[in-house]
Design a binder for this molecule. Structure first.
Ligand code: PLP
Length: 421
């Protein structure tokens, strides 16, 4: 898939007059259009709901936009719950899919009347002392073994810390039945960032078959199946994007073939996508501030892995466009780096790009999910701002850049910082 920036150089030159680089910027129009495609793909299920995975992009302005499009929030920590609450997203519009959950987090989820999705059977007795049993609760399933799609191992759930075994899930449902819980959900996350259209349908089939068996064995009412996240995006230009309409249709077919014949045609489909919802509609924009010619050719940016950790952490590919040189020949090879004292602080290694000059702006694609949010403060680097390119073409700052004062705010350095900006 050809990768084009959603910003042009002249547009950017206007923006940097007010907001200096580096920053992440998000495209509101494209976000809304994509959200509508997701809803259309699952429109066959009147109960469908997407719970946006807040960890992917925890910005209240974006959560509100997604909420306007009908999405809820998938939270996994106390601050994420508060963030949702601050956006007016509470009750059954919150899915609380946490693991290794502190007591205070369960308590807040209970107080907010979120749907709690238990990661482990031991959490039930833990929760019993803290929160209220609600009419609707959920459990996370881990089938173990390998998850295989088209004879290819996609992932190994047996190595994953998440979820409970089939036996534990049934035991958990029985326990909750005894506590008065009436409606149950089943959740699983078996493969991450896959552009295979078959992922959700295959996962749905596994969970639907499990739901039929569990309902028969325990008599509980299965109210929803939560397919969680994992739908990927084409980070590389050589990848084909997944087709959400095909994915939705695949899930519908599994629903018709497994749930409907079992008389379970009132089961809602929920999703918790993060990457697919925002990934392609955000970019990190940085400026080339240095060039270095040693054993390799280096381009040094004003952004670093503190702004986008995926390349350093997973060796992840992020496409790069030099703004204003979209159609220039990629006849130079560069390592594109940040300034951390860590040799893995490279946005790209041996990347063919047009000739880059100091002052050029580099547009790093697909940072709309798991981009800013993975940021950190290593080397005392300050995290960047976040901007929103609105549907009317104006730009709104939706998070300011960190300042030195923010960095020092958890330290007691009274007097030390007087007069420091
Ligand atoms: C990370 C996560 C998601 C979102 O995953 P994406 O790959 O961004 O779609 C959803 N649910 C849970 C429980 C997660 O941990």
């Amino acid at each position: 898939m050809e990768k084009r920036p959603f910003l042009t150089l002249p547009q950017l030159q206007e923006i940097v007059k007010t907001y200096p680089t580096p920053f992440h910027i998000y495209d509101e129009q494209a976000i809304r259009e994509n959200a509508r495609r997701v809803k259309a793909a699952f429109a066959w299920d009147p109960r469908f709901k997407e719970y946006f995975a807040v960890k992917a992009t925890p910005n209240p302005r974006l959560l509100q936009i997604l909420h306007e499009e009908g999405f809820g929030c998938d939270c996994s920590s106390y601050p994420e719950l508060l963030l949702s609450k601050a956006c007016g997203i509470t009750g059954h519009e919150i899915m609380f899919s946490s693991n290794v959950t502190p007591a205070a987090d369960f308590k807040l989820a209970s107080d907010l009347d979120a749907i709690i999705n238990f990661d482990d059977i031991t959490h039930l007795a833990f929760y019993d002392k803290i929160g209220e049993w609600k009419e609707t609760m959920s459990c996370r399933f881990n089938p173990g073994g390998h998850f295989v799609l088209d004879n290819e191992i996609m992932d190994s759930p047996q190595q994953a810390k998440y979820g409970m075994t089939r036996e534990q899930l049934i035991q958990a449902f029985r326990y909750m039945q005894g506590k008065g819980v009436k409606h149950f959900g089943i959740h699983a996350f078996l493969a991450s960032n896959t552009v295979e259209n078959e992922y959700y349908p295959a996962l749905a089939r596994i969970l639907f078959e499990l739901a039929v068996e569990v309902q028969r064995e325990t008599g509980v009412h299965i109210a929803f199946i939560n397919l969680s996240g994992g739908v990927g995006i084409p980070y590389r230009p050589t990848q084909q994007p997944s087709d959400i309409m095909v994915i939705g249709e695949g899930v519908r077919r599994a629903y018709q073939e497994v749930l409907v014949p079992a008389g379970m045609d009132d089961v809602a489909i929920y999703t918790e996508m993060g990457r697919f919802i925002l990934g392609p509609y955000g970019a990190l924009v940085a400026q080339c501030i240095h060039q270095k010619h040693t054993y390799k050719e280096y381009v040094g940016l004003d952004a670093c892995a503190a702004d986008l950790m995926r390349p350093a952490m997973y060796g992840a590919y992020h496409h790069i466009t030099v703004l204003g040189k979209e159609d220039a020949l990629c006849d130079h090879v560069y390592d594109v780096t940040g300034g951390l004292c860590e040799n893995n602080d490279k946005f790209a290694i041996d990347r063919a790009l047009p000739e880059i000059a100091i002052g050029d702006y580099l547009y790093i694609h697909d940072t709309g999910a798991h981009g800013y949010s993975m940021g950190y403060n290593y080397n005392a680097k300050l995290r960047s701002a976040e901007l929103l390119l609105r549907t009317d073409g104006t730009v709104e700052q939706i998070r300011r850049a960190e300042t030195v004062k923010d960095y020092f705010s958890t330290l007691d350095c009274t007097g030390l910082l007087d007069g420091i900006e």
